[in-house]
Design a protein around this ligand. Structure first.
Ligand code: BGC
Length: 413
């Protein structure tokens, strides 16, 4: 069995806007209201009130970590006006996680910003960095004993999202209903805007500086990894696209304590650019190809590009209504993770996306959760994959037969 780092995290993740409900002061709430065809987050799955129940389910199953976020739009409802009560809520979440034996991995920004921030030119506003830094400084007041802090989630996706409602820039991004669900009319994600990307790197470094001063946390950020590969003869095109889409951000992680790898699928690059996902029967509910091997590609590319920054897999999972497929996918992804560790890549944890079925940025249909939620009653129903992953966590790996690639053994729930 692969030897994992001591204290290896076995967890599941959520993001505030996707699970809490009624994030009315955020830019995404506004976007949902004014984008025709977009579903609303509404009450989401009411984790704002039910977080203890959610954490208990994860801990009881055998997981050792929970990744969740602090919502900036709640903590700073107006510029410079911070809410002690909102921050105290997140401190209670940290205490609850610790009480259940779950190591918290706390994200400070997961796609959403306060509405006032977005309305004032967002990340390109003259005071953007200063404002983010002020929020991070305020939030660090509750992070003194938190071991893992992510400044920002998927800046490379955020640098696409910021243009979704901009009337002038990036026509391609404006047409997107959401960047996380493949759109048959625009099957290829537009590139992140480099100008925004550079700003986000700056914001990450500014936040890291504050967190290093104010806390003992390991600080990093989490990058969406598309596990791009070159078709024969297109290696130069791959390098060019990969820089714009992810390497800028991976290079921004140099000097961090860890980098978060977030991996779901893989795509090829040919002379025309990224090749759309094939229309295959096993495509996931977001329209992505079923590619559990993507995690191995993502880990190796991240390790190489960051120059050996320790890695936490902060997201990996599949949008499927078939929980057996979720177990098969995750089992295969973990085999690739173990192979990377066997090759000397320093991986400190595996945090599955997602703990709960939740609001997938404008859609409710793609279900990534280890736990189903009845959206009328908010009743939680753990799926077999939760018990399965908890068992993997207890064992510290897959069963021997599954680790060697015997699929019949690896999918047993
Ligand atoms: C994001 C999550 C999202 C997931 C699945 C990542 O892009 O961080 O918020 O739900 O992937 O699409």
């Amino acid at each position: 069995m692969t030897r994992l780092a001591p204290g290896f995290l076995w967890g599941a993740a959520t993001a505030p806007h996707q699970v809490e409900g009624n994030n009315v002061n955020s830019d995404w709430w506004q976007r949902e209201l004014r984008t025709p065809g977009m579903e609303l987050s509404g009450d989401a799955v009411d984790s704002y009130h039910r977080y203890a129940e959610d954490m208990r389910l994860l801990a009881d199953a055998g997981l050792t970590s929970y990744r969740f976020g602090i919502e900036w739009a709640r903590v700073e409802p107006a510029p410079g006006q911070f809410s002690r009560a909102a921050l105290a809520h997140y401190r209670r979440m940290i205490d609850t996680a610790l009480g259940f034996g779950l190591t918290p991995v706390v994200t400070l920004h997961h796609f959403t910003a306060p509405r006032w921030f977005a309305e004032d030119l967002g990340w390109l506003g003259p005071k953007a960095i200063e404002r983010f830094q002020a929020y991070v400084r305020y939030a660090s007041g509750i992070l003194g004993d938190v071991e893992w802090v992510c400044t920002m989630n998927e800046p490379n996706m955020l640098a696409i999202m910021v243009w979704m409602s901009d009337p002038v820039r990036s026509a391609a991004a404006r047409k997107l209903l959401t960047p996380t669900v493949a759109d048959p009319l625009h099957p290829i994600l537009p590139d992140p805007e480099p100008e925004v990307g550079l700003r986000l790197v700056e914001a990450h470094h500014a936040a890291r500086e504050v967190l290093k001063d104010e806390t003992d946390a390991k600080v990093g950020w989490t990058i969406a990894n598309q596990a791009l590969t070159a078709t024969p003869g297109n290696e130069a095109k791959l390098r060019e696209l990969r820089f714009i889409k992810e390497d800028l951000y991976l290079e921004g992680a140099r000097g961090d304590d860890f980098v978060g790898v977030q991996s779901y699928s893989s795509q090829a690059v040919d002379e025309n650019g990224v090749v759309p996902h094939p229309d295959a029967p096993d495509n996931t509910l977001t329209g992505a190809a079923y590619r559990p091997d993507a995690l191995g590609i993502a880990l190796r590319h991240t390790w190489e590009t960051t120059g050996g920054v320790p890695i936490v897999v902060t997201e990996n999972g599949i949008a499927t209504a078939d929980d057996t497929q979720r177990i098969a996918y995750t089992s295969e992804a973990l085999r690739h993770l173990f192979a990377a560790v066997d090759d000397g890549i320093d991986v400190r944890g595996y945090v599955h996306w997602s703990a709960l079925d939740n609001f997938e940025w404008g859609h409710w249909k793609p279900t990534f959760g280890l736990i189903a939620v009845d959206r009328e009653t908010f009743e939680r129903k753990p799926k077999p994959s939760l018990a399965w992953l908890g068992e993997v966590a207890r064992r510290g790996g897959l069963e021997a037969s599954a680790e060697s690639g015997d699929k019949s053994a690896s999918v047993s729930a």
